[in-house]
Design a protein around this ligand. Structure first.
Ligand SMILES: Nc1nc2c(ncn2[C@@H]2O[C@H](COP(=O)(O)OP(=O)(O)OP(=O)(O)O)[C@@H](O)[C@H]2O)c(=O)[nH]1
Ligand SMILES: [Mg+2]
Length: 391
């Protein structure tokens, strides 16, 4: 599957840069392309400078809103982020229209954090504009949710997150939810290491995108997971996860003389990898709530067998009994077995519900604070009523 990827704001731009890096890896290591082009859009010129893989020209690193922000961002006001996206949407559309081999693109992936201003405000507006312009290609959003400490220290973070999620859900074909806090829990040593987190966010997409683009016969799957399968599996709230098992025991054995214990181990390792993928989903959710699911097994071809595929299928069916399940295999990896899992069309997401309800109560508190402040100021002005003015 081939994507046009665009990142909005600082977080979005950095993760889009990670995707550009994955494409380089696919091209060099596998001789295939998974990204037709990659863009970063920001109101902050300095943020665009830090990127490494996205083209340096003004058509790939696009500054929006400079008339209103002077190139210094929107300072967490996501309404302003939305406004400048509306005003400068032509810049972005023009750049995307010039994507080389645009016709090969299967879908768009737009990325932003929900808690900031520029990305949070612009992603849904740009998604809508692109949908109007290229109605025949699906467009997905990947939205990064704030760390816990940001939610508690800054009211605006919750409000931005809520309005961004609501808007994005209403226009995108699917919304990948990525919870920053999950990545800190996974490995506490990466706390503060945002580059590592971004790498972990993009990694699960790698085999998933490569599988259908593989051209060398020996790496083509018995059941290929192509763009059609992925597109059919993505609707509404979505999470993605990735797990792996190393295969030290099996690496040197030949299929012909594999004994029964090794065969059993393969299946166990597959289950282990799928377990990891599900427990490390990009956002905590209940798999029972998903209506569409997809899994991809990537392993050396001699490790792939029908028992394994069937065992993982049964496992997925237990986890997500109401989901339409699609799957594929990809005989590419060496020395390890990977499982990528997507759970989509989630009918409930606790975290999103929580953010909506906190934001709703917050709005009442903010309105009350504003009313009180205005009343106090009025009292102060009234106290000066009988004094002469210098004007
Ligand atoms: N995973 C990840 N999260 C990030 C990154 N940069 C910022 N964030 C998170 O994104 C939120 C802040 O949004 P930014 O993307 O910095 O904001 P922006 O879109 O540039 O908007 P401005 O307010 O105009 O700067 C916070 O929740 C950060 O924790 C990043 O590179 N990776
Ligand atoms: Mg910024």
């Amino acid at each position: 599957m081939k994507l046009v990827v665009a990142g909005f704001g600082q977080c979005g731009g950095r993760i889009a840069d990670e995707f550009a890096k994955l494409n380089k890896k696919a091209r060099r290591g596998r001789g295939i392309e998974i990204i037709t082009d990659c863009y970063a859009i920001n109101a902050d010129a300095a943020d665009l400078t830090g990127l490494k893989y996205i083209g340096k020209d003004y058509q790939h690193r696009i500054i929006i809103g400079s008339r209103k922000t002077g190139g210094h961002g929107v300072g967490k006001i996501n309404e302003l982020g939305a406004e400048i996206a509306r005003e400068d949407s032509d810049k972005v559309i023009d750049a995307i229209r010039q994507t080389k081999r645009f016709f090969e693109t299967d879908a768009f992936l737009f990325i932003a954090s929900a808690g900031g201003g520029t990305g949070s405000g612009s992603i849904a507006v740009m998604t809508q504009k692109i949908k109007e312009r290229f109605a025949y290609k699906p467009i997905y959003n990947l939205i990064v949710l704030p760390f816990e400490h940001e939610e508690t220290t800054e009211d605006r973070t919750i409000y931005n997150t809520a309005t961004c999620l609501k808007s994005s859900f209403s226009v995108a074909d699917a919304v990948f939810l990525v919870d920053n806090q999950r990545y800190v829990r996974k490995d506490s040593s990466i706390k503060g290491n945002i580059d590592k987190i971004n790498e972990m966010i993009a990694a699960p997409f790698y085999n998933m995108l490569c599988a259908g683009e593989e051209k060398k016969a020996k790496y083509v799957a018995s059941k290929v997971l192509d763009a059609g399968d992925i597109i059919q599996s993505l609707v509404g709230w979505t999470t993605i996860g990735y797990g792996k098992s190393s295969l030290p025991l099996l690496r040197f054995s030949r299929e012909g003389n594999r004994d029964f214990r090794e065969k059993g181990q393969e299946t166990l390792k597959g289950i282990h990898a799928m377990d990891e993928a599900v427990s490390e989903l990009s956002l905590k959710c209940n798999p029972m709530d998903s209506k569409r699911a997809l899994y991809l097994i990537s392993a050396p071809s001699k490790e792939m067998n029908l028992d394994l595929v069937k065992a993982l299928g049964d496992y997925m069916r237990d986890l997500a009994p109401e989901a339409i399940i699609r799957n594929g295999d990809y005989p590419r990896e060496r020395g390890q077995l990977d499982v990528t899992v997507i759970l989509s069309e989630l009918s409930d997401v606790e975290k999103v519900r929580n953010i909506y309800s906190r934001s709703t109560s917050l709005m009442k508190v903010l309105q009350k604070r504003q009313d009180e402040a205005e009343a106090k100021l009025k009292e102060l002005i009234d106290a000066s009523d009988t004094l002469p003015s210098l004007f």
